[in-house]
Design a protein around this ligand. Sequence first.
Ligand SMILES: [Zn+2]
Length: 601
Amino acid sequence: MKKIILFLCISTCLSFYGQQNYNYWQQHVDYTMDIDVDVTKFQYKGTQKLVYTNNSPDELSHVYYHLYFNAFQPNSQMDVRSRNIEDPDGRVTNRISKLKPEEIGYIKIGSLKQDGKNVQYKVVGTILEVTLSTPIKSGKSSTFDMTYDAQIPKQIRRSGQTNKEGVILSMAQWYPKMAEYDFEGWHTPPYIAREFHGVWGDFDVTIHIDKNYTIGGTGYLQNPQEIGHGYEDKSKKLKKSKSEKLSWHFKAPNVHDFMWAADPEYTHDILKTAKGIDLHFFYKRNLEEKYLKNWKDLQPKTAQLMSFFSENIGQYPYKQYSVIQGGDGGMEYAMSTLITGKRGFGSLLGVTSHEMAHTWFQFLLATNESLHPWMDEGFTTYISNKAENEILKEGRNNPHKSSYLSYKTIVERGYEESLSTHSDRYHTNWAYSTASYSKGNLFLSQLEYIIGKENTEKGLLKYYKDFSFKHPTPNDIKRVMEKVSGIHLGWYLNEWTQTTHTIDYSVKSIEAKTIILERIGQMPMPIDVEVTYLDGSSESFNIPLEMMRANKPTVATILKDWGWANPTYTFKTAKAVKSVAIDKSKLMADINEGNNSLQIE
Ligand SMILES: [Zn+2]
């Protein structure tokens, strides 16, 4: 209970701070859900009470819910898209089109009332469109009561029953979920591939399920002594029930999603960490010996990851995090992750590192993932690369090398699309993933080159401090980085995320003490140059971009600004030059490094 009050206070204080400074508002939901699961038919009956608070300045005449399970039906948009895209996700391909009636997913609404009165509604694919009987005025709340019947689809993508490793229930996107309404309006994209945007609020969830199943997921279990399954205080007696089902009662304060997974063969380990955070691990006890060992070895490393992310982004604000075998690869959720479990140790640690890093960007800094996936996947890749480099003592100078390589490859092959593309509208899955994971990672790693490593690190901490429990946008990360560095970055945000302009600079010529550089690519950048003189000594120079209106902290000699329109830049040195090299750090994503250095004959 204490925890809940603390978190409510944190969130209220933060939103208040936000409103004062940014004229920011966000909607609020409080869910009370109860479901009764039939594990023999993979069906459940649910009731949902949702108190919706309209903090927007607008009066709402409609609301919309996501019914994600409806995507797993032949001829759904997810199915059709997967059968038409050039490079379908191997987990989906044409599998949805072949689902039998007892294997499809659905959520069928039984009744829906607003403040006790029936409302009109229509199910359109994965969206429930509701016409309100009484509009919700700005600043007011309405209570929605719903009953529904649902069937859990055969596991195809993310959630579902019986995944390829035999985990019985991976329950993500399983409940009727209120769509987000924010300063851009309603966000009601059909569920095609990716990804999510949810409303912050408190969840109270009760799950009635066969007593042999162990559940892990979002939220704190409220009745551990009735449940057992590894949650109980072993010094106290369990209150045994004679019923065939157990009723698991969870509360999750201030989250925007609720995931759970269940299996009758889960081992449940708890690692208590120094900061008072309990790390829970759920994995099948009948895994091969080598995999079981990896799941044990993973546990102390997960504690190190939690510390690394807390130190480098911001303190994890909950008392529990769960790593759960399930799903179809790795996917991040509130206070938890679902990952596949039959992995070598490096792969198991890598996926845990990535998914846990999402806690900060997908969960706590809940950027709209459909619109700006690069701020989620890219920033997650950036920080998890750094964490793995440190925790596994890899000692790499540039832990982001593979992201630079994949970005350059897609540019060369002509498949690149702008980061401003909606995540479901890229021509190929390849273009989506390179944009989101690699070019999104480069947004931050290349920023280390533009504003300096220390400023980028400071900026990340400020970003979390200012925007956790909100929905930051691209301009918010730009403003934070401007504030910590004093450098103007509008040009960077625009060129890198809204165009496919590329960076290509060259050393055009060297003549005695005169050096000429050339901008060949459309995208401008500040330039670091290393000059070696004929006498064997060397000197570093920094050429700020005029649009930056400042320069990064550096020990290099600062030269005059380079105005973008000038294709070339000439500067003179005190001594005769032997060779010149652009960007020895290789953090600038120059697509042609072949012309970055020159040596006199
Ligand atoms: Zn990810």
